[in-house]
Design a protein around this ligand. Structure first.
Ligand SMILES: [Zn+2]
Length: 402
């Protein structure tokens, strides 16, 4: 009757009285029956009409539910309900966000597995299932819990670097899993090897691209080592390459000579006059003014960088000085590694400190002519005081001249 069918006479008459069992009916459909008696003389009229709706047994709950997490998904398996011909309803909730139970929109019509996706890696989920048929929904299975996670990240490779004024530029090759994004980010680690740091410091921000310019935390004219890692929820993988760079120092323009006697003993006037006469480019540095390109001639026979009062006359241009300062950092680092920090500080080249000692020497005398006379009579006395290693007169074993 559910299907709108007209009365059908069953093919075999019932020869005994007074019962009959109908089979092969569709559960959930409403049927009507009526009977009549028959013999050779003919058929009687119909009995009253009765109706009934065959239904399946109420389903028993499935059991043995298991969950195996994968990236962004889960695989569920279970033991079938003891009731045949049931479908399974899957309930899921995101425990991490405190979500309530959600019934997935489509029942599973086969037994006994299900593959779920569109999950968020790193969140913990719970699942439970129930069997259903026309008679209703069973109780729930056991509840299982799992946390989808991405695959372990693959280390980046090929770290490259270059140094600039107060900065170091880094870039590397991605090695992520493609095409599926893995929610990975990069970490930069650094350490100051000029100051003897052995442990790595992690830059306090995650980097999403494959390049980074380091402005903060770096002291100019120190050698730094850098390394990079990729990280996701499943772990962290380091590139094998470690790079070393020395950020240049910015050249200050504001501070000039500041030693009192060099102003009164005539040495600064002498130096400034020479710079003006030769149209030298001069810049204030921290403790001296540095003039580039043409040091005053000496009577020692060779042209070299030279300090007069608070003025350092550097033998070539500003770029060369910056390169020499970077070279000095490298040489001091070599000495630090081969000997120790004290040796590096005392025996490594350090031209600016050497020349500042000379400024202090000029500053001792009331007349610049007095210092010049004493210096020419015994240059070694003054050069030794200014540290022959710093001035490049001597090179300690293992290092080389800049
Ligand atoms: Zn000197």
């Amino acid at each position: 009757m559910t299907a709108g069918q007209s009365f059908q006479k069953l093919p075999y008459p019932v020869t005994t009285c007074c019962s009959f069992t109908a089979k092969l009916l569709a559960n959930g459909h409403t049927y009507e029956w009526r009977i009549r008696a028959t013999n050779i003389a003919g058929a009687s009229g119909y009995s009253n009409t009765v109706s009934a709706r065959p239904m399946p047994p109420f389903p028993s709950a499935p059991s043995g539910l298991t969950a195996t997490a994968k990236s962004r998904g889960v695989a569920l398996t279970w033991t079938a309900s003891s009731t045949p011909n049931v479908w399974y309803l899957i309930y899921q909730r995101d425990v991490t966000t405190g979500q309530s139970w959600q019934k997935l929109p489509y029942p599973v019509t086969t037994c006994c597995s299900f593959s779920g996706d569109l999950l968020i890696n790193g969140h913990t989920y719970e699942w439970k299932i129930a069997a259903t048929n026309l008679s209703g929904v069973s109780g729930f299975s056991n509840t299982v819990r799992a946390r989808p996670m991405p695959p372990a990240p693959k280390a980046p490779s090929g770290l490259f670097s270059s140094a600039g004024v107060n900065r170091v530029m880094l870039n590397w090759w991605r090695n992520d899993d493609v095409p599926e994004p893995v929610d990975a980010w990069y970490n930069i680690y650094y350490r100051n090897v000029s100051d003897g740091q052995t442990s790595w410091t992690k830059y306090p921000a995650s980097i999403l691209g494959n390049s980074f310019t380091f402005y903060d935390y770096l002291t100019p004219l120190r050698a730094y080592e850098f390394r990079v890692s990729v990280q996701n929820l499943s772990g962290e993988a380091f590139a094998t390459t470690i790079r070393q760079e020395i950020p240049y120092r910015p050249v200050p323009y504001t501070n000039g000579p500041k030693r009192g006697k060099n102003t009164t003993n005539g040495s600064n006037v002498l130096a400034l006059g020479y710079a003006l006469n030769n149209r030298l480019q001069c810049r204030g540095d921290w403790f001296q003014t540095i003039c580039y390109g043409k040091p005053p001639p000496t009577k020692l026979g060779r042209s070299q960088s030279m300090t007069v009062g608070d003025y350092l006359f550097y033998i070539s241009g500003p770029e060369s000085l910056e390169e020499e300062l970077v070279c000095e950092v490298q040489q001091r680092l070599i000495l630090r590694r081969r000997y120790d920090a004290a040796t590096a500080a005392d025996k490594g080249p350090d031209l600016l400190w050497h020349e500042q000692v000379h400024s202090m020497q000029w500053n001792r005398y009331d007349n610049w002519q007095t210092f010049v006379g004493l210096y020419l009579a015994d240059p070694d006395r003054f050069e030794s005081e200014a540290n022959l290693y710093w001035g490049g007169y001597r090179v300690y074993p293992g290092a080389s001249r800049c």
